[in-house]
Design a protein around this ligand. Structure first.
Ligand code: ADP
Length: 185
C-alpha cells in the first residue's frame, strides 16, 4: 500500500537516545498493520558504506547529512517514505536536510533523551570510550548538540518503555501519512 503521499521522517537526538530502536520498530509495525514499506536510512549503517570516507568534523557531519538527504529525496521522488535516524546535531545541519528534501515533506522528530540516560544505557559502549579519552568530538560531550527549535514532534524516551514510545509515535506517523490510526483498514 504505497499509493499515499510519501514523507521523510527525520529522527534527531543524542547517541543512545533511541532513534534506531524506534525507527526499526515503526518499520516492522507499519509493514504488519498497513503493508506499508519504509526505506530505513540509519546513521551507523550509512557511515560504513556511502559515508565511510567521512569523519566527525563539522564539515564532514554536514557532508554526511547532505548525502543522506539526497538519498532520501531520491526515494521520495519515487513516492517511498524514509525513516532517517541521524544525530544531526545542529539546527543548521537539519535545515540543510530540510532544504534538500523540501519543507512540505520533511517531518522532524526529536528523540528527547537526556545525556545522563544515554550515557547510563551506553548501548554501543561509546560513552565509556569517550570518558576514557579514546573518542573525541563526541556529540553531547565535547561536540555540540542543539535541541530542535520547533520540531514536528517531541518523543520523550527516558521515563517510559520502548512500547510506550512506539504506541505514541506510531499514531503520529499514521496521521502524517493519512493512514487509519489503529491499523484498521
Ligand atoms: P540511537 O539510535 O539513538 O543511538 P539506539 O536505538 O541504538 O539509540 O539505543 C537506544 C537504547 O535505549 C536501546 O537499547 C533501547 O532498548 C533503549 N531504550 C529504553 N527505553 C527506550 C524508549 N522509551 N525508547 C527508545 N529506546 C529506549
Amino acid at each position: 500500500m504505497n499509493s499515499i503521499e510519501a514523507k521523510v521522517f527525520w529522527f534527531t537526538g543524542l547517541s543512545g537516545a533511541g532513534k534506531t530502536t524506534i525507527a526499526t520498530n515503526i518499520g516492522s509495525t507499519f509493514k504488519e498493520n498497513y503493508n506499508y514499506t519504509f526505506n530505513l536510512l540509519d546513521g551507523d549503517i550509512l557511515r560504513v558504506g556511502l559515508c565511510g570516507d567521512l569523519g566527525f568534523s563539522v564539515e564532514d557531519r554536514k557532508e554526511n547529512i547532505r548525502r543522506v538527504a539526497e538519498v532520501a529525496k531520491l526515494f521520495l521522488n519515487r513516492n517511498i517514505s524514509s525513516l532517517c535516524t541521524f544525530i544531526s546535531p545542529t539546527n543548521e545541519i537539519r535545515d540543510l536536510a530540510k532544504a534538500i528534501i523540501g519543507e512540505k515533506n520533511f517531518v522532524e522528530i526529536y528523540i528527547n533523551t537526556p545525556l545522563t540516560i544515554c550515557e547510563n544505557r551506553d548501548t554501543k559502549g561509546l560513552y565509556k570510550k569517550v570518558r576514557a579519552g579514546e573518542i573525541k568530538n563526541f556529540t553531547g560531550i565535547d561536540a555540540v548538540y542543539e535541541s530542535p527549535i520547533s520540531p514536528d514532534y517531541i518523543l520523550n524516551c527516558y521515563d517510559n518503555t520502548v512500547q510506550d514510545s512506539l504506541d505514541e509515535i506510531n499514531s503520529f506517523i499514521a496521521l502524517k501519512l493519512k493512514l487509519p490510526v489503529n491499523g484498521d483498514q
